[in-house]
Write a new protein. Structure first.
Lengths: 467, 467
């Protein structure tokens, strides 16, 4: 699927045609200016050198760019804020990067039908604040929510801390406006919560990382704003016990809004920098939250606490108020950042059936020990979605090679346990070579057939998602 | 996409090859025996004359059938129990119908991870009963749930009475085993609730009505079994007031498990045959249910009752116990059947944004009056999903023509109000000609491109879903 970079003459002709067709388009070509837009949060991935970086201000401008790109055979890399962790937004050699952050309008908040229609450039947190003014709630909240765009969230089918109860980005998408590879503009759905006309194109474009079309507008489903959360932290003297607690919470029919796990290594790193007064000697901590409201929330946390104590929690504490809860949640949100203080932290993203959490944690520990790689583990245990984070020594010349071996062993263990190599951070660049191992060659052939059907020239985000 | 029927010689050669390859396959070719498998619940649709009807007993048998069908250019019509309301399962001329009800094993109930893996032939209600033994719950419950198969539910992305709170079939599918048009077998997902490896093929196959592949196994997500439901009925002296109540319930942040509307015409028909003691003079009735449990459920119904009274409910009654609740729910479930007693009832299936319910009900009434067609309206008001049901006189030679005009006017009104022509009963046969009007020609072209990529010979369920 990867297009060869366009020849310099082709690129120059394309840029000239683009300037001609869209004289007011913001278009950067000076390498000093395009540099900040080459990267996402995977600084180790070595992005390509783009032909240029364009900032379209409307769907119509995107259409013009796509048509000209097709005519000149120049590939396109659509992107949002670049907070992705799998390289989905990194530049490709000779491609034009399309930064869609300018399409950041919130077109309509329909309180009656609990919908919002917006451009892909709006920040997740901004959307959340705006709909909250109407008593409404957009659940998906990746850790990057303050700085990531809805378009990026859609491209990667982002998850977050509330997925146990509320699901992922795809679950909230009712309709997309998409510019196809030939410049045609389609709408995939509508404003109703049930709709069975034709194939579900909406779900296909969500998570397709800009390889099938460019999302220029989305209609998202909202919920009534839930009550403030109550927060519980439970500490364990073994990771296995914490894993058992996760399973026990589910077994008892408790569906908290958040059920996060932090291992000892990550907990120490968090405590070292945030000084929250957490037990630095615990082997694992769970953070469990309820937004059931009032007494129901207290009862839900009582039930969760009982499940934790039944599986060996050594201590349990509750946030006294919303401020303290925010402060404790910060411990989890900043886990990656805290680990960064211990070296270069490379965050991974795997998923296993919930019951396999103790097993995968044990395997990760064993694999890390065998290869001499320190690995912090934290993540959305309630979904079986964990983020093993590899701490690398900047001065170790063999680090990348060892890490590659560690990742391969972890991925094989994940697949053996019935899990997924990518839970919520996307397939992107590094995991596409694993796609056939997880899905099987025939399923990957179907994906290639769909890609070829929708983007026969292969101009949309080459080198991403598909092997 | 419609294949021409195979020539008789081709059909005979295919059947001979099939008998040769699968001597133990149950294969009917006598028209008297194939007759009952030509139909679904759309008896007015005039199915084709099939080449034969096969009952494969395993995925391997499906693969063999599909490969031979491809080699001989014979189309295939996969189907379940035939309870569909859009003709998705009706026979095609010269095609082999594949009845998948024999693939009815429940392979595994994984209580720890709240999953069930089963064949497509298992009945929805049977699945529900079996997982309930483990304290688990499969939410999607189309009205046909006692007699419809999971495979049929998947093919049509079936809804039901619990969708307001729990969503539709697609929301519960984690993984599918699919036999493709070339006989390859793929798995689309896995056993984890989050998974972003590659494109979302799972959602693409759900709702594709057997036109992209044949589903031979599914892994479905379950929830903890909720407490017994509490049931409230509210009566109104105008449909508009009932529609306002639906909007008010949502506005107050109440998410009942069920929020059903029945109009006066349907209510009278139900009361006439079921004699439940419902107010036969009301202009509309809402049925609202809560499964929040104990006091929370009572509080939820209190809040719903307040919303109904604030919007003009003339009376409200609550089921005294679970038996009475079941009995009242029966009123809604048997609405279609009750209308059948008044003549030939043709049930339709539209969706509008919730706020447009009063408007679409008014339009339906006006259109029916203008054309002299009696129309009962009931349905899942909480989702904006209504089932206008046309009462036809068997002896009226112009009935079909008038009905066609009425449907066209209703569909145009639905689209004008931002709705969908098909909410939960599938696109099937009669609505495919409306697909481009709803989605636009470019989106339909994408669907055709996907169909051509996955089924280049067009052998899978020709004449369904796509125009």
């Amino acid at each position: 699927m990867t297009s060869a970079p366009a020849a310099p003459a082709t690129g120059a002709a394309f840029l000239a045609a683009l300037r001609d067709a869209l004289p007011t388009l913001r278009l950067l070509t000076d390498p000093a200016e395009t540099e900040p837009h080459r990267w996402d949060e995977t600084e180790y991935m070595r992005p390509g050198i783009p032909l240029g970086v364009a900032f379209p201000a409307s769907t119509a401008e995107v259409v013009t760019i796509v048509r000209l790109a097709g005519a000149h055979g120049v590939p396109l890399v659509p992107r949002g804020a670049g907070t992705g962790l799998s390289g989905g937004a990194i530049a490709a050699d000779g491609a034009l990067t399309l930064v869609l952050t300018g399409l950041d309008a919130i077109h309509a908040i329909d309180a009656e039908n609990q919908l919002v229609r917006c451009g892909p450039g709006v920040l997740n947190a901004e959307l959340g604040r705006r709909v909250a003014e109407h008593g409404l709630f957009y659940p998906p909240d990746p850790s990057s929510y303050e700085i990531s765009t809805i378009g990026g969230n859609l491209a990667e089918n982002a998850g977050g801390l509330r997925c146990v109860k509320y699901g992922v980005t795809r679950d909230y998408v009712l309709d997309l406006e998409v510019v196809l590879a030939d410049g045609a503009v389609i709408r995939t759905g509508g404003a109703t919560v049930k709709d069975v006309m034709g194939y579900d194109l909406t779900s296909l474009f969500v998570g397709s990382e800009g390889t099938l079309g460019i999302i220029t507008e989305a209609t998202l489903r909202l919920l009534p704003l839930p009550p403030p959360k109550l927060t519980l932290l439970a500490f364990f003297d073994s990771l296995t016990a914490a894993g058992e607690a996760v399973a026990e919470v589910a077994r008892r029919g408790i569906i908290p809004v958040t059920l996060e796990l932090i291992d000892a290594f990550t907990l120490k790193a968090v405590e070292a920098v945030l000084k929250l007064g957490l037990d630095p000697d615990a082997a694992a901590m769970l953070m469990i939250e309820s937004d059931a409201g009032g007494e129901a929330a207290a009862a839900e946390l009582d039930a969760a606490e009982a499940a934790c104590r039944a599986t060996g929690a050594t201590s349990v504490l509750r946030a006294a108020d919303a401020t303290e809860a925010d402060w404790l949640r910060e411990a989890r949100r900043r886990a990656h950042w805290a680990l960064e203080q211990a070296g270069v932290a490379r965050t991974d993203d795997i998923g296993v059936p919930r019951s396999a959490i103790p097993a995968i944690i044990a395997e990760i520990g064993e694999i890390g020990a065998r290869h001499g790689v320190r690995i912090g583990v934290f993540g959305h245990a309630g979904d079986g979605n964990l983020h093993p984070s590899f701490i690398m020594d900047r001065d170790d010349p063999d680090a990348e090679e060892r890490l590659e071996a560690v990742r391969a062993e972890i991925y094989r263990a994940v697949l053996r346990l019935g899990g997924t190599i990518a839970g919520e951070h996307g397939t992107g660049v590094p995991k596409r070579k694993w796609l056939a191992e997880q899905r099987g060659p025939a399923a990957v052939a179907v994906m290639h057939a769909i890609k070829a059907a929708l983007d026969p020239q292969g101009i949309l985000n080459p080198g991403k998602l598909l092997p």
